[in-house]
Design a protein around this ligand. Sequence first.
Ligand code: SF4
Length: 194
Amino acid sequence: MEIRINSYIPITDVEGVGTRFAIWVQGCSLRCKGCANSHMWDFDSGTLYNTDDFINLIKQYKDRVEGVTWLGGEPLEQIEAVTEISRAVQSFGLSVIVFTGYEYKSLESRADFQELIKYVDILIDGRFEEDKTDYSRPWVGSSNQNYYFFSNRYDKNVITTYKNKIEIRVDKNNNISLNGMGNFKEVLKAMQEV
Ligand code: SF4
């Protein structure tokens, strides 16, 4: 099986509970107004990976991360591959967090979704809604988004324990990138003023 991925960060502290391997899938048909990742909408862009190869890549980090976080793009538009990789991730003893723009109630009757959530600890649902922008809760950008807990590993206390944070990365060629959740415009403005 193959999966189309935009990018991944093997070790990050701002994409869910603890230190995580974060994966941004490529392709999203939802096209929310104000989406910060519109370059991840195109289903023909990004890089195709064999799922077994990607599982082996994650395995190299299994002792350095608490789990894997799926972002996008829209992970549920590649649900079979996301399920296959999530199943392997859980077999390594790691947790799985999934972000989706779809609402939980529109998903729960789907057999493929029920299969996926066997291997998911936290699901965060709902589109980014620009007129409901709210950074007060961790990892989400608008107040309509909801957290669902499917295992005993985490509970709703994580919502008050964790805060939104933005990581700033500088690669060996001095290229700067940001990830996490918060007011990116304010961070970029502050960086330009330094
Ligand atoms: S679901 Fe996510 S990636 Fe897709 S358009 Fe909405 S905010 Fe962007």
